[in-house]
Design a binder for this molecule. Sequence first.
Ligand code: GTP
Ligand code: SPV
Ligand code: MN
Length: 591
Amino acid sequence: MTTNKSVLAWVKEMEDLMNPEKVVWIDGSKEQIEALREEACKIGELIKLNQEKLPECYLHRTAVNDVARVEGRTFICSRNEEDAGPTNNWMDPKEAYPMLFDIARGSMKGKTMYVIPYSMGPVGSPLAQIGYEVTDSIYVVLNMAIMTRVGTKVEEQLGDNENWIKGLHSRCDIDEEKRYICHFPEDNYIISVNSGYGGNVLLGKKCFALRIASYLGKNDEWMAEHMLILGIENPKGEVKYVTAAFPSACGKTNLAMLIPPEGYRKDGYKVWTVGDDIAWMRKGPDGRLWAINPENGFFGVAPGTNKKSNPNALASTAQGTIFTNVVHNLDDNTVWWEGLDKNPPANALNWKGEKWNGPEETAKGNKGAHPNSRFTAPAKNCPCISPAFDETAGVPISAIIFGGRRAQTTPLVYQSRDWNNGVFVGSIMASETTAAATGAVGVVRRDPMAMLPFCGYHMGDYFNHWFEMGEILGDKAPKIFNVNWFRLDDNGNFLWPGFGDNFRVLEWILGRCDGTAEANETAIGYVPNADDINLEGLDMERDILESILYVDNEKWLKEAEVIEEFYKKFGDRLPEKLASQLNALKERLSK
Ligand code: GTP
Ligand code: SPV
Ligand code: MN
């Protein structure tokens, strides 16, 4: 346990507020984790799975009303309303603190309060940050122990420093009406009540590593982004790193763990995973942009993950993994989800814990796993985890890729004209919504830089910060691209094979970075000609590729109108540079 006075004082405050029966400090030792797993099984929070097939793996079910992030109940509590901006819910801290403390008051009576010291980023990295989360949930403790670096080594690193992030989590009654996920960026404080679902309660993840960290980064010349980080090794053994921002459930984990097509593998190409969800980036001593993954595990979408689509993700879940809201196969005490294989178990329980006969229910169209069911897997399990994963300096970034789910309009890939145009490209991102957040699925919404639900301050200022970073990085700035793996034909089928074949697009992107790949200049940016994408070994007709590379100026003019409408939201905090980028685009489109 620490002797840090600021930590001890706050933990005492939390104890006095929530009145737990006892307080347990997490030291991160194997013994403590094992004891907590046993305790969680005893009280029914976890189910121990078949330890021969899935060693150290467990199953958890959340309450049925608590299965995804709740954006409508997520607040940025800055002192001035204006600083939260038009895309965030805002609450006055003067009202929020007392209200939240009232909800939390006495909520841990008869329970244990766990105190988790954790580091986002490799312990001791100049890009890392430390937080404390108090929680009444063993599930949260065990997930945090996978997703972040926890325990004594973190406390030693912090020492007497007062610079750390406070996180209060209490499940209270899992009451939807009193569920709040509140962020106080000016106070380094996060409060989450009445939820037990990952994205709402693993406070190191979206709450700290994106909402609070984006605010810290704005004030200190760094960036916290909703981005995967991957390394691409060529046959000469040289590795180049890229980051990619896609909205929730739009393919970050899949791209981060991609396996190149056979021909490339034979030639000696490899992909290395550094991160699958969040990147923290800062200018390095060499002037380039360097990135770390602040996380230590993967909180991945289970449905659709299988031996073919993402063998590396599947392998990551083979040990020490917590599965949430998937199917429980009672025959061999393992787990199943839609898209794992074609054999749903007959003797099973669905994600709600109800009797579920897989073949019969599947025939009726009844799913067994929740569409946002997840696995929490240690990063070190991943067969392609990057040797640079624990590197305190991070990795240098050559390209930044934006992308989303767009059935139409947006081509497979294009390159922005320069950094500022790239910021524009990120700002106009849009995507069809998914099950990762509560609400309607499949509706196109604007999601700039995939940060709409995660930016901890005014998004107009956030765009400005991107422009500032461009000035700081100058000609060493990464090149910026946009991709869309999700174009559909008239029958709703994907036109691009995606997954491993996305490597073909990555190859073009890296080719553009080192000046070896050709492109065609269009109104929206540089687009490859069909010949510039290698289709070898792929059964794809050239005219289909041409159709998803085609830039339809008519459609884009309509898109520009929607963007103009969207931009109005930001009022006079919309950077002038974005308004002029939009005008320049419209001019190019009308030519
Ligand atoms: P979060 O963890 O919510 O941030 O999600 P994510 O961005 O990591 O998404 P993930 O990789 O888990 O993919 C989500 C869904 O997109 C899965 O159902 C995948 O099968 C699907 N998907 C991923 N990549 C591709 C692709 O290249 N093409 C197609 N058609 N689908 C894809
Ligand atoms: C996302 O929704 O972008 C996720 C899952 O990565 S959650 O942790 O719930 O935010
Ligand atoms: Mn995510």
